[in-house]
Each structure stands twice: as structure tokens, then as C-alpha cells.
Design a protein around this ligand. Structure first.
Ligand code: PRX
Length: 651
């Protein structure tokens, strides 16, 4: 496959063109402005929003690590994302160019979106839901999913979006943890060209012998039209309820710290964490970063973020950031290779997409498919590209730059997390001279460091000592806690460098000799599979839940396409017969049922023993060596060196 790397000399750094820089939303002065007075800088960014009542204090950090931003201010998040654009005369501007997987399309203007959100809000109120109640949203990428999130925001309900690829048991644990009163879902979803049931998974999650105690209703949008099981009284069709509700609704203002959403993400234990985000600070940073990092021009750009609303990227860069900035965006329901590998490029060409934001794993997949596919399309509308979710390897960066970007588009490699709520480290596209593979520098208003175990800053360009990425100043979109478990919140993020008061991100990183930030990946037991976080403990506990399994150890092994791939080592219970492929298939299915297809291990090795230290700790490093086919590292602390041979046998 020809890449720029083989055709042209490799550039060390890519400055923005003079043309791009001249028209960019953000210039170098943003950094100095933020440095000279951080609070004033954030107050100015907050003023990009509409406040029903102004705030009287930018930041209250007196109860650290729980921040209060824009204290005393009141706003309505949905009003900021929809109503104010209509009131300003942009009701006819397209908000969403929606593309369904089977090829159906819908166009929603800001007026259409306002009407849909208002109807939904009216009906949710009619159901008796009140500010502070939680609503679970388990839906494919259709406009009603976005409208549901905005209707919750409008009413002060806290939404918990659960990725529709998660299993019913993953859905159930999230519903129970949040004590959601309502679940919004669809009859089914299209996946790789075929309809698949979704409401059935909700029934499995909340019905049966042990119904979910908190759930009062299930609101169902018809998407695939397939037959759907129904529980009269509990289940409600969207088209018989929401669509008949009034489209007039006045948004009420909520406190800046009112809870906006919970989003569950994997930690180092088997139990996902409900990350809590609130309103004013979150929206300020989502909106600010979307405006400057993507250089977005309302009414001119056509923006496309390829994430799913089940992940934080969908929350911040499909829903809240873009809509608050009056974006016209593409929302695509399906997979990139349905009906064929041209899908994304066709969409870019047909809609004249100017800003495209995706994950490195997809770029590597495009590379594998071959450049003749994008080359068959006119992609000249693109003017800015972005990536998120995992480190991007320089070769994929250059390919993205030259093949999709025609060599003219800046690339913003954006580092952030579910917990940070919005982008933290990224180039500013009109300013930064980008190095392929580096997220470059903290954004104006954000302060971070890279430190060693003793909290000492790691020197620039130090080759040996990689450090930990920490954030040393509070930021507006920071998480406000873990739902129902403030102790875990403190332990996970704030105890590692408690004395210094640093937020511990869980990522390893280094500064190069020029001070550019290179994020190296997780330093904990969290894997990154195609940019999605999955904990080793979650997969291990799913495997141990299978009758045949006595013990398991899971690691993330390097994978050329997905970044990391899940590899499991499994010890069978005594007396269980190893049926080989059949058993492995069954184990993979168990994980898929328990968590979701994204957590299915790529490889499962049945082994007689696991390598353990004398203190009984599994030596994951050795397992990684085995899985990646490397020479084994130091085995001197291993209690039984013979285990290594048996592991190799297991392969
Ligand atoms: O390890 C980092 C990686 O993804 C983790 C956060 O995952 P999640 O909360 O699911 O959010 C993903 C989308 C924001 C981080 O701890 N990560 C994310 N972006 C990058 C990255 N690693 C390197 N470079 C990035 N640009």
C-alpha cells in the first residue's frame, strides 16, 4: 500500500498553512490570555453560552476534589443547544443530516429539532418525571436518541446513555446503579445491513423473575418495524405518545452544578463507574473546545464525528459541543463497511463534510482496505481532521493527512477521557506545528504535568523515565464524582498524588525535547480496544462465570488494527473436558452475552497454570510477552518457571 511515508520524505512536523492560520478561530493569544488569568479566561468562555442567571464566582474549589464551576449561575443546557439558535433566526439551518444504515435519510433543521425535543420533554413530564430523576437511554444512532438526551437536559433529568452494543446484563447493572425510572429504546437496530432486536434486550434486562425495581416505563421508538415483545402498562410506543405531545415547551433554568448525565466507564475492578457530569462547566468546555479545536464556523462547516452517543465522544462532540455552537452535522447510524467500504467517503462527498473526527482504529482499518477506496471519491470539501480514543501511530497519522486530507488539512489529535468530559490536550489547528503521534500540548485554560512516582516532574526529552499524566488544576468539565461511590472517586483519581492534589489520569506519558506531549497508554488494568475502555477484571469475571472455568487472566495485547486486543488465559475446573474450539467459542459467547460483543476476546488460551509471583500476583507482563510472541522477559520472580512452557503449550 503506498503511503506518503514511502512516497515523500517524512516531515518531522506539520505547521498549519498560512491560509488556514489566517482564518482560524483561535490564535496563539489564547494561551497567554489563559495563562495570565485562568478564571477570567474561563468566565469569558462561559459567556459564549446563554445564562438565565449570571454566575457570581468562576470556581469554588473549597471542597476539592469536588469542584463547583460558575457558582450561582443558572442555565438550561438544551436551550443553549437548540432554542437560542432558533430565536436568533437560524431555525431553518440544518442541525442534523441523518443517514440510516439501510440508506434512508432524514434532515432536521434547528426548528425541527426544537419541536422534537419539546414534544419529548412534554411527554416525559406527563410521565411524572422530575428534575433529578434518572433516565436510561439504550438506542442506536437515530435523531430520537439525541432528542431524548436533550429532552432530559431540558427537564433537569439525568440521562445515562448505555451503548446499544452492550448486553442486557450490562444494561441491567447500569439501570440498577442509577435507579433509572425510564428506559428509552427502539424495537431494533440495523447492524451490518440486518435488523437486530434491541427492545428484547431491555426486556431481558429489566423483566423476568427479578424485575428492575426502579423502572416504571419503557418508551420505544419504532426503527426496524420487527415484531416486538410488549408489556402493557409498562411499555409505551414513542409514535403514540411523544409524537402526539405538544411542541410548545418553555425551558426552565437549572443551577450550573445540576447533574446533567451519568456515563458508565470501565475502571480497574469489574464494576463500571458511573461518571457524573454537571451542567454549566461541562457545557462551557464542550462548547469552547468544539469551537477552537475543530475551528468550527457555524452555518458554513459540515461537521461529522463518527462516534456513537454510547461513548463520551458522542456526548460531547455529537450532542452538546456541536449543537451549542449551531453546527450542521452528519449523524450516521451504521458501520463503515455497510453496504461496502466506500460508505464514509460517499457520505463525506455527498454532504460536503468539512470537519471529520474519528478514531485511529478506523484510520488503520481504512489503510488496510487500501487507498483506492478513498481515492475514488472527491474529498476536497475536508478542511480539518481529528482523532480521539488512543494514541495514533505516526504512519496512520501521515496516511490520514495525505490520503484523506490531501496534505492540506490540519489534524487535531485530541487526548481526553470520559472523566475529563471534554478535550484537554490537543493542537490548536491554526497555531500548532503538529508532530504525527503527539497530542502536542494542553489547551489554553488547561494545566497538566508529567510526573514520576514521587510526583517529581519528568524532564523533557528524558528517554528512560516515562511518567504519569496528571492534571494539576481543576477544569470546568471535570467529573464531579462517581455515582453512589464518592470514596471510589477519591481513591481512583485523587489518592495517588493526594499531597499535591493532582488528578491521576491513569495514562503514561512523556514530553519530548520540544515539550510536546506523547501519551503512551494506560498504566492500569484498563485495556483500550478500538478506542473503547474495557477492564481486564470485567472480562475475567465474565469468564469465571462460565461453569467450565476455574481461573482466568486477561491482558490487552498489541493489535495492528484495534490498538489492543483482548487475550484471555483460562484454567479449566477439574474434570472439565477441553473440547478445544468448541469450548473457546462458548467462552467467547459468554463474554459477549455478559458484557457485549466488543469485549469478546480475540484469543483464548486454555492453560494448565498461570504464571504467578511468590506473593500470588499474576504476572501479566509475561502473559503479554506470550500473547505477542516475544522473548520472555525476566522470569526470576516466578514461583514456578515451568509454567512458562505450559503457557506456550496452551497456545
Ligand atoms: O488512555 C487514554 C485514551 O483513552 C482513555 C480514555 O478513554 P475513554 O474514557 O473511553 O474516552 C475516550 C474518548 C475521549 C485515555 O485515558 N485516549 C483517549 N484519547 C487519546 C488517548 N490516548 C492517546 N491519545 C489520544 N488522543
Amino acid at each position: 500500500m503506498p503511503t506518503e511515508a514511502t512516497e515523500k520524505p517524512v516531515l518531522a512536523a506539520y505547521p498549519p498553512s498560512a491560509e488556514f492560520a489566517a482564518q482560524a478561530n483561535g490564535g496563539a493569544e489564547l494561551y497567554s490570555e489563559a495563562d495570565s488569568d485562568r478564571d477570567a479566561f474561563w468566565a469569558k468562555q462561559a459567556a459564549r453560552l446563554h445564562w438565565h442567571e449570571p454566575f457570581n464566582q468562576v470556581l469554588d474549589w473549597s471542597e476539592a476534589p469536588v469542584a463547583k464551576w460558575f457558582v450561582g449561575g443558572k442555565l438550561n443546557v438544551a436551550y443553549n443547544c437548540v432554542d437560542r439558535h432558533v430565536e436568533a433566526g437560524y431555525g431553518d439551518q440544518v442541525a442534523i443530516h441523518w443517514v440510516g444504515e439501510p440508506g434512508d435519510t432524514r434532515t432536521l433543521t434547528y426548528s425541527d429539532l426544537l419541536s422534537l425535543v419539546s414534544k419529548t420533554a412534554n411527554y416525559l413530564s406527563e410521565l411524572g418525571l422530575q428534575a433529578g430523576d434518572r433516565v436510561a437511554i439504550y438506542m442506536p444512532m437515530i435523531p430520537e436518541a439525541i432528542a431524548s438526551m436533550l429532552a432530559c437536559a431540558r427537564l433537569g433529568l439525568t440521562h445515562s446513555v448505555v451503548f446499544a452494543g452492550f448486553s442486557s446484563s450490562a444494561l441491567r447493572s447500569r439501570i440498577d446503579d442509577a435507579e433509572a425510572k425510564l428506559v428509552i429504546t427502539t424495537d431494533g437496530q440495523f447492524r451490518r445491513g440486518k435488523p437486530a432486536p434491541l427492545k428484547a434486550a431491555v426486556d431481558e434486562a429489566i423483566g423476568g423473575d427479578t424485575p428492575a425495581p426502579s423502572v416504571e416505563h419503557v418508551l420505544v421508538v419504532r426503527r426496524t418495524g420487527e415484531d416486538t415483545p410488549w408489556q402493557a402498562g409498562r411499555d409505551l410506543w414513542w409514535h403514540e405518545t411523544v409524537e402526539k405531545a405538544s411542541s410548545e415547551h418553555t425551558a426552565e433554568a437549572f443551577d450550573s452544578e445540576h447533574p446533567l448525565f451519568l456515563l458508565y466507564t470501565s475502571g480497574t475492578t469489574g464494576k463500571p463507574k458511573g461518571i457524573l457530569h454537571t451542567s454549566g462547566g461541562y457545557l462551557t468546555q464542550a462548547s469552547y473546545t468544539h469551537h477552537y479545536v475543530f475551528d468550527h464556523k457555524p452555518g458554513e462547516d459540515v461537521y461529522w464525528c463518527t462516534a456513537d452517543i454510547g461513548w463520551v465522544t458522542g456526548h460531547s462532540y455529537i450532542v452538546y459541543g456541536p449543537l451549542s455552537n449551531r453546527t450542521t452535522q452528519v449523524v450516521y447510524e451504521g458501520t463503515p463497511n455497510s453496504p461496502n467500504e466506500h460508505r464514509h467517503f460517499e457520505i463525506i462527498e455527498n454532504h460536503g463534510v468539512t470537519i471529520y473526527y474519528t478514531a485511529p482504529t478506523l484510520i488503520r482499518t481504512f489503510m488496510k482496505w487500501g487507498r483506492e477506496i478513498p481515492d475514488a471519491h472527491n474529498l476536497s470539501s475536508l478542511r480539518l481532521l481529528g482523532t480521539v480514543g488512543e494514541p495514533i501511530n505516526p504512519e496512520a497519522w501521515r496516511w490520514y493527512h495525505s490520503v484523506l486530507g490531501g496534505g492540506r488539512c490540519p489534524i487535531v489529535d485530541t487526548w481526553w477521557q470520559t472523566e475529563t468530559g471534554a478535550i484537554m490536550i490537543s493542537p490548536l489547528p491554526g497555531v500548532t506545528e503538529c508532530k504525527p503521534g503527539s497530542a502536542m500540548a494542553p489547551l489554553p485554560g488547561i494545566s497538566m504535568q508529567i510526573v514520576d512516582d514521587e510526583a517529581h516532574p519528568v524532564a523533557r526529552g528524558a528517554t528512560e523515565a516515562n511518567g504519569y499524566l496528571v492534571i494539576d488544576q481543576p477544569w470546568p468539565a471535570m467529573l464531579r464524582g462517581i455515582w453512589g461511590d464518592m470514596q471510589r472517586f477519591k481513591d481512583t483519581y485523587w489518592s495517588r498524588f493526594a499531597e499535591q492534589g493532582y488528578y491521576f489520569a491513569g495514562d503514561g506519558a512523556k514530553f519530548d525535547e520540544d515539550g510536546a506531549v506523547w501519551v503512551l497508554g494506560r498504566v492500569d488494568d484498563v485495556m483500550n480496544i478500538s478506542g473503547h475502555r474495557i477492564s481486564t477484571a470485567e472480562v475475567e469475571s465474565a469468564l469465571v462465570g462460565h461453569d467450565a472455568v476455574a481461573e482466568s487472566a486477561v491482558i490487552g495485547a498489541t493489535d495492528a488494527t484495534t490498538g489492543q486486543a483482548i487475550v484471555a488465559f483460562v484454567i479449566l475446573r477439574q474434570g472439565v473436558v477441553n473440547t478445544g474450539d468448541e469450548l473457546v467459542a462458548d467462552l467467547r459467547a459468554t463474554v459477549s452475552r455478559d458484557i457485549g460483543p466488543i469485549a469478546k476476546p480475540r484469543d483464548i488460551y486454555i492453560v494448565p497454570e498461570l504464571p504467578k509471583t511468590r506473593s500470588g500476583k499474576i504476572m501479566r507482563r509475561l502473559l503479554r510477552d506470550v500473547a505477542e510472541g516475544r522473548q520472555l522477559g525476566d522470569t526470576s520472580t516466578l514461583v514456578d518457571p515451568g509454567v512458562v512452557e505450559s503457557l506456550r503449550g496452551g497456545k
